[in-house]
Design a protein around this ligand. Structure first.
Ligand code: GLC
Length: 441
């Protein structure tokens, strides 16, 4: 009997010890977003020849950049091997896939690329690891980064992701169809030119854009709204979308999306459908992000190599406006390899990784010093042009909010209804105003 009691007490102590151990690094159930948990629960104690496999998730990549990044990193870090997990290219679908995994506290993904519109939400939900401890420890100078990109990943005074590349809406055109002095300066000129050029040089359409009901539509409409002097939020963060200027911007977008020079199913077009049509030679013009240049000049992918020009987006009454986009790299708070994950994030978002992304992916660096790099400029000559630099400087942010998905959905739905003719632009602006006021915190 005594022996049995003795055995049970030992067992009890062992169980307690085990529970204590696993509980130590497991803050998964808490709402804590301070990121105070250990950073290397699983890397500690691993012998140096043990190879850690990291899963890096990002949207489908039409370029060589991700492959090259992994190749270079894996070569330099034989003890850490990165594997790519391709996610949907539609940022909203990608977002939802992460949210499902992270809500389930899954450790499957270690590093993920994050759209500029996510950090506030992901930080507040406690999905991503706060990175300041690594940044300080490794002496990363955040002042060297584009400050807009840095602040997009800063929430409650902490850094939740590292800026990887910056996006800004641009007009790409076919230099064999449109001469430099014909490049449209205003949206009305674009309409006229797209109509006239449609059919030239084997094209089927005059203009391509992103008009599906998804995040890219928000970017497109933000550009029209601001070009005509409207805004979604005012400087103090109040909803200010219901204005004659916004109505003008929405009307212009609706006019273009319903014209006979865009594909009849333009309301199903995301970046992928539009860039595919462009590189297949179907249109003289496209609105897209900087990667379009690289892809359109890729011998293996494109039929229009060497015939691509870039210009700022056309102006409305108020001027030209481009949406600010871009991506960051963050670490899953539930990753079992946080230290190694940081090594990869540091590489990918540092000068070497950004150079690879710029050369092989046409992605614009968030480290301004790289705009002086000769190899990068050779691959992306427009990076040095004043028009591009100005577009970057003046790019318009989408509203910043931890509940951004709700904000975005309101804009997407109402603008889609306007395109479909179910709401007038006036009604769309008024409904957005009311609905945004209900969800803005
Ligand atoms: C690009 C931008 C991103 C934006 C998305 C919309 O990927 O970088 O910020 O949300 O396009 O489709």
């Amino acid at each position: 009997m005594k022996a049995k009691l003795w055995f049970l007490s030992i067992l009890f102590i062992l169980v307690l010890a085990l529970v204590g151990c696993s509980g130590g690094g497991d803050d998964s159930g808490s709402e804590d977003t301070s990121g105070e948990e250990g950073t290397s629960e699983n890397s500690e104690g691993e012998s140096s020849d043990e190879v850690v496999t990291l899963t890096w998730a990002r949207g489908q990549d039409s370029t060589q950049a991700s492959e090259k990044l992994i190749e270079e990193f894996n070569k330099k870090n034989p003890n850490i091997q990165v594997e790519l997990r391709e996610m949907p290219s539609d940022t909203g679908q990608q977002h939802d896939a992460y949210v499902t995994q992270l809500n389930a506290e899954s450790s499957e993904i270690d590093v993920m690329d994050m759209d500029v519109i996510w950090p506030a939400e992901f930080a507040q939900a406690g999905y991503v690891l706060e990175l300041d401890r690594f940044i300080q420890r490794d002496g990363i100078d955040m002042d060297k980064y584009n400050q807009g990109a840095v602040s997009a990943a800063n929430f409650n005074g902490k850094q939740w992701a590292m800026p990887k590349f910056i996006d800004t809406g641009m007009l790409f055109y076919r230099t064999d169809i449109v001469s430099e002095d014909e490049v449209p300066q205003t949206w009305d000129e674009l309409i006229e030119s797209a109509q006239a050029k449609k059919g030239e040089g084997g094209t089927e359409f005059g203009y391509l854009m992103q008009a599906k009901q998804y995040e890219g539509l928000v970017c497109n409409v933000v550009e029209f709204i601001h070009a005509y002097g409207g805004q979604i939020l005012d400087d103090s963060g109040e909803v200010a979308v219901d204005s004659p200027e916004t109505v003008k911007g929405i009307s212009k977008l609706v006019e273009i999306a319903n014209s006979d020079f865009v594909p009849g199913n333009i309301n199903t077009f995301t970046e992928v459908e539009s860039h595919t049509a462009f590189i297949e030679g179907q249109s003289p013009y496209i609105r897209n992000w900087p990667y379009q240049w690289n892809l359109a000049n890729d011998e293996n992918e494109s039929e229009i190599v060497g015939n691509v020009g870039v210009a700022p987006l056309p102006a409305g009454d108020e001027g030209s406006a481009a949406a600010l986009g871009g991506w960051m790299a963050g670490i899953n708070k539930y990753s079992e390899h946080k230290e190694e994950a940081w090594e990869f994030v540091k590489f990918m978002t540092g000068p070497e990784g950004q150079k690879i992304s710029a050369i092989y992916g046409g992605l614009a660096p968030t480290l301004p010093e790289l705009f002086e790099d000769e190899e990068i400029l050779e691959a992306n000559p427009f990076f040095k042009e004043e028009g591009f630099q100005k577009a970057l400087e003046g790019a318009v942010s989408r509203p910043v909010a931890p509940n951004y998905p709700e904000v975005s959905e309101i804009i997407q739905i109402n603008v889609s209804k306007a395109i479909a003719g179910e709401l007038t632009p006036e009604e769309a602006a008024a409904t957005m105003e009311e609905e945004l006021n209900n969800v803005m915190q």
